[in-house]
Design a protein around this ligand. Sequence first.
Ligand code: C5P
Length: 415
Amino acid sequence: MVDDARPATVLGGKHLVLGVTGSIAAYKAVGLLRALRAQGATVSVVMTRGATKFMPPLTFEVLSGHRVVTDLFEAQDAMPHLTMAEEADAVLVAPATANFLAKAALGLADDVLTTMLLNVRCPVIVAPAMDGDMWTHPTVIQHVDTLRARGVVVLDPEVGPLASGRVAQGRLPTEAKILEAAHAAVLSPADWQGQRVLVSAGPTQEPLDPVRFLSNRSSGKMGYAIAEAVRDRGGEVVLVTGPCAVPPPSGVTIVPVNTASEMADALSHHFSSCTVLIMAAAVADFRPRVTAVEKLKKQGKSEMELVLEATPDILAMLSARRTSQVVVGFAAETEDLLSHAKDKLKGKGLDLIVANDVKQAGGGFGSDDNAAVILSATGEQRVCGLMAKRQLADEILNAVRDLCLMAPRGASLVE
Ligand code: C5P
């Protein structure tokens, strides 16, 4: 499905190269090509020999309006690997096989697509499709890591039924996700390269006894979307995450924690080596003063009192300790959104705060969407209406980039 909410002009006038490799999902590249063309992009298609076994080049030729290049030695243009690379605003490889990932990671150049990649200087987006066991094979994981470290956007395949009949992670990412990555690449290619970003996500769990805990409704989706966006925009990510039901993004360093105190330790450990801290976790403000060693018993009681003590305010503590790091917090509120957010921005000494009304319909905890107002210490305000959490993550990164990383430092920064 094409994401109609996006302006059709993002890809308008852009020149894209669509690389198609030999996966059964090659037929889905036809829909992708049509969607890219519908959004105004000029598309040149390159197919590997394997891809031509699944789909005839003529289909792509007719729909793209250009000759499809399949062979380095038989192309009309004597050097298609150079001309296409020079003209491209972005290269999309969809579907990408495990064989393609390996060749691209190692720099092999035995066909037009991989030879062209060595000449490309524009953003490259790769949408893998393969069987689940292949995607999780250590060799494939290593090649994906290599490509991501080099700034290539490798999307995660979807979980679902595969050609083999199995249900696993390996389906070609949805057209909407590939288009979203194409938009992001064209709008902001690898603008977070060189940044090492510490992201916290999810809830904390504060134990009452060995089987019970106090927690909150945070799903971790917002923090995970931020980690994913930093990764896709070329940055390095350390993700400190509380227990979440959704799987964390691949291609980032994951540090799992349970309690606020464990989260404080993990973040303190990584803080000094990072350039930006984005604190999206919903950390418990209070924890039981005493954790019972054995399971608490009812013992005929009709009520029970819990004594709670405050947890450390991790954000305020790290903000006070920073040297040159940019520090971003969240304010999840149910009332007086802006005034509470402004108090936290000032009180915790932050550069930016992302204020969101968690009672708003369609947004907040657990939802795939969110709306927020981003406030800076220097008084700027960016309002983001209800949008996908991944899109909001990109808006947050844009704000951090524009207001903190590129602009002169705000008043809140410690000298
Ligand atoms: O004060 P409040 O908890 O509403 O502030 C929210 C911000 O502070 C979030 O960014 C959250 O991750 C962070 N926080 C923290 N340590 C706590 C509580 C919240 O770092 N104990």
